[in-house]
Design a protein around this ligand. Structure first.
Ligand SMILES: [Fe+2]
Ligand SMILES: [Fe+2]
Length: 379
């Protein structure tokens, strides 16, 4: 998975954004706080997943064998082997830039790092667990490669948290955080999206800071270009696994695909708007950034999803803003507390469900799938 990438949503009805105000208001002071923050499982925070290992074991990739083997060669080549190490300039930049962060930006950035590290580690755990529980040589090898990458990613972000004295205790997190069961079909949809949207987020930030280096307030952003190629390849792996099971991509399953795209987009939109200073510091504006990321993700997803949500539809845009306003009202209700606060949260929950329903009804665009699945990360 990816920094800040959404495997954060929950498919079921949940307590919308319950911990959100607390998340933004609680200051993370030490490693225990950071680990506790990472252990929270809400609609807006990254979750840990488990799945049906038997079904994973039974997966047959022979319909996509040629593309599969090429992809496995790329993993074996491991072109990012030397990437997740700090260079000399990293420390210098850190020394120069860190004192310039305002306390508010520092908190938003720490929140971003914790959420990103948790997402990366979530991928690492899921891929590793699948690897351990199956014998299927194709899937086992793939999971080993992806877990390798995610573990590097999580470790690299955690180093930056340690600079603040806030490294997450990943061993402990693995034990204390709740696991959500998703059947493989949902893992495929959600994880594919998570990897691809993660790529889109990274590359958008990287390209933007390439043009505006004065806005690069932390050296970690320099790593994003090669990093996001890992995420892109992880997404390609899920694309191939889905194309090997074409029934997942047609009929009633397209309703699930539509649901997952909207859930992932809405989660990202609400969560990103809770960190306005982070985007502002980079010279980005949250809404504009999110739509750029949606556009790239939607372009990529045509390799595998026959339906595409219409991000330019006025109702889509209105519903996104409405969900954000509801989330903010919910935050205020949580802060208020008491019976009135609870009642208001109930109203927010109902409004969120209705708005999501309205969003779901926005007409989708339909495509036939391309013959060749694989794409290059050219954005
Ligand atoms: Fe990934
Ligand atoms: Fe990753």
């Amino acid at each position: 998975m990816t920094p800040n990438q959404p495997l954060a949503f929950d498919a079921g009805p949940t307590d919308v954004h319950t911990d959100h105000v607390a998340m933004l208001m609680d200051e993370v002071r030490d490693t225990a706080d950071a680990t506790a923050r990472a252990a929270r499982s809400t609609v807006l925070t990254p979750r840990f997943y488990t799945t049906d290992f038997k079904a994973m074991d039974a997966l047959d990739v022979s319909p996509v064998r040629a593309e599969w083997d090429r992809m496995m060669d790329e993993y074996a080549g491991d072109n990012n082997q030397d990437h997740f190490k700090r260079d000399e300039a990293f420390g210098e930049e850190l020394k120069q830039l860190m004192p310039q962060l305002s306390p508010e930006l520092r908190q938003e950035f720490i929140d971003f790092l914790i959420s990103s590290c948790t997402s990366e580690f979530s991928g690492c755990i899921l891929y590793n667990e699948i690897r351990k529980h199956i014998d299927n040589p194709d899937i086992k090898q793939l999971m080993a490669y992806m877990a390798r990458d995610e573990s590097r990613h999580a470790g690299f972000i955690n180093q930056s948290l340690k600079d603040f004295g806030l490294g997450i205790d990943l061993g402990n997190l693995r034990k204390v955080k709740a696991y959500t069961f998703f059947k493989p079909k949902y893992i495929f949809y959600a994880t594919y999206l998570s990897e691809k949207i993660g790529y889109a987020r990274y590359i958008t930030i990287f390209r933007h800071l390439e043009r505006h280096p004065d806005k690069r307030f932390h050296p970690i952003f320099r790593w994003f270009e090669r990093w996001c190629n890992d995420e892109f390849r992880h997404g390609e792996s899920f694309a191939l696994m889905m194309r090997a099971q074409p029934h997942l991509l047609r009929g009633l399953n397209t309703l699930w695909i539509r649901f997952f795209i909207l859930a992932v987009y809405a989660t990202m939109y609400v969560r990103d708007h809770a960190r306005p200073l982070l985007h502002e510091a980079m010279g980005l504006e949250s809404t504009d950034y999110d739509y750029r990321v949606f556009r790239i993700t939607s372009d990529i997803c045509r390799q595998v999803f026959p339906v595409e949500v219409d991000i330019d539809h006025p109702v889509f845009r209105r519903c996104m803003d409405r969900l954000l306003a509801i989330s903010q009202a919910n935050d205020r209700a949580v802060a208020r507390g008491g019976i009135l606060g609870r009642l208001q949260r109930g109203v927010c929950m109902a409004q969120a469900v209705l708005t999501f329903g309205r969003l779901y009804l926005v007409p989708v665009k339909r495509h036939t799938l391309p013959e060749n699945v694989r794409l290059d990360p050219v954005w």
